[in-house]
Design a protein around this ligand. Structure first.
Ligand code: FAD
Length: 381
């Protein structure tokens, strides 16, 4: 249980959102006199996820980038491209390296208290923030509270909710089987009958790679079906007959048109605060950008109310694409391969990062089938 009953900052959840912001605050050196509480129900000692993302320059977590590639591959039915993506580099960070790195920084700051507890509800009582920790209402004073506990809203008739679900195997072979210079970002040469299905392959050497079997669909598969999808891809597409599974990971990322805002139950960050892109599930870089903005506001002593939300037009594009995927108006594999077929990869990556200009977006839009997108877009309007 917390040692004090008065904190300046409280972080509910110690995942990517909280740690990305807290470590930035600690590194800035401006919060050493503040009492900070970080709460999570989990010890964060497992390699529970791997983050893949792209960026141009060295990022805040550059030291723990496990591997990076300057060439990506996208494959679909009758289409393959293997472009260099400079000035971008495709990067991967392992969850365990991230947690260890962040907790090592935190351990150097005696003003940060880490508490392992299940967070229940919280409320304001006589001006105090009272959070239920392991069933025990606990008064924490009047902190600035960052909350990364994602609680999906009750769906309504306008809700579009897909799951991005996946299983990955880190595999090793005796014979060289991979090109470590090329990361396969999306390979749609898999059965598409349960929803948009693709595999991504992150090779670390000629004999070691992470292979992830991924679907965008309304429901999860039976556990054995992910294994079957992975094995089929490895044996048939990669042509590897003998391999060993060293590690496994699985996950679910919500893809939704639910409007999750920064301002909510406390200051909502991470997936809980809408940093997961509704149409792709990418989150890591959005969290990094928002953490930087929050830090700058805190350093200026400015109101966090001013943190900009992502431009409304990108929510509109996301919801339009989500509508198409949800209603299966067009097959997702065709949409994504077409994006890469008709546009430079850098433009697609910028678009997926919400960083394109309007004129670039017009080029992207005109590369996609007009009518289905127009109909879905009108529904969103
Ligand atoms: C397996 C996996 C792989 C992913 N890969 C990518 C990727 O390649 N690229 C990308 O951009 N995004 C990826 N994502 C999406 C996204 O980046 C991650 O989900 C990211 O961790 C989100 O950060 P967050 O802080 O919002 O949530 P989390 O990192 O999940 O942190 C939330 C924290 O809250 C804690 N918590 C939850 N409920 C309670 C409670 N009641 N009491 C106490 N603690 C609680 C959890 O234990 C957790 O530590 C992936 C997600 C998963 C699950």
């Amino acid at each position: 249980m917390p040692r004090s009953n008065a904190y300046d900052f409280v972080f509910c959840g110690a995942g990517c959102g909280s740690l990305s912001l807290l470590v930035r605050m600690l590194r800035s050196g401006h919060f050493n006199d503040k009492k900070i509480l970080l709460i999570d129900k989990d010890t964060k000692t497992k390699n529970d996820r791997t983050w893949c993302f792209w960026e141009k320059d060295k990022g805040f977590f550059e030291e723990i980038v496990y591997h990076q590639w300057d060439t990506i591959a996208v494959h679909g039915d009758g289409f393959s491209t293997t472009p260099a993506i400079a000035p971008y580099r495709y990067k991967m960070i392992r969850g365990i390296d991230f947690y260890e790195y962040c907790f090592s920084e935190i351990s150097r700051h005696s003003n940060v208290e880490v508490v392992m507890a299940e967070i229940g509800n919280w409320e304001q009582q006589e001006g105090q923030t009272v959070i239920t920790l392991n069933g025990q209402p606990t008064s924490l004073g009047t902190p600035v509270l960052f909350n990364s506990l994602y609680i999906p809203a009750t769906p309504n008739r306008k809700s579009l909710r897909l799951l991005q679900h996946f299983k990955g195997w880190l595999i090793e072979t005796d014979q060289p089987a991979f090109d470590p210079k090329v990361a396969t970002m999306m390979d749609f040469r898999a059965e598409q009958k349960e929803g948009t299905t693709f595999v991504y392959v992150m090779p670390f050497s000629t004999t070691k790679a992470l292979v992830e079997y991924t679907l965008f669909s309304k429901a999860l598969l039976q556990p054995a079906e992910y294994d079957k999808g992975l094995n089929t891809y490895i044996t048939e597409q990669l042509g590897i007959k003998d391999y060993r599974i060293i590690e496994e990971e699985a996950g679910i990322i919500p893809m939704t048109n639910e409007k999750l805002s920064f301002k909510g139950r406390g200051w909502q960050i991470g997936t809980a605060g809408g940093q997961t892109k509704g149409s792709s599930g990418y989150t890591f870089q959005f969290i990094q950008k928002q953490s930087e903005q929050i830090l700058q506001q805190l350093l200026k002593g400015a109101s966090l109310d001013k943190i900009p939300s992502s431009p409304g037009r990108f929510r509109f594009y996301d919801n339009t694409l989500l509508d198409i995927l949800y209603h299966d108006t067009l097959p997702g594999d065709k949409i994504f391969t077409r994006l890469f077929k008709k546009n430079k990869p850098q433009r697609v990556l910028r678009f997926l990062d919400n960083e394109t200009s309007l004129s670039e977006e017009l080029k992207i839009i005109s590369s996609l089938p007009t009518w289905p997108f127009l109909k879905a877009a009108l529904k969103q309007l």
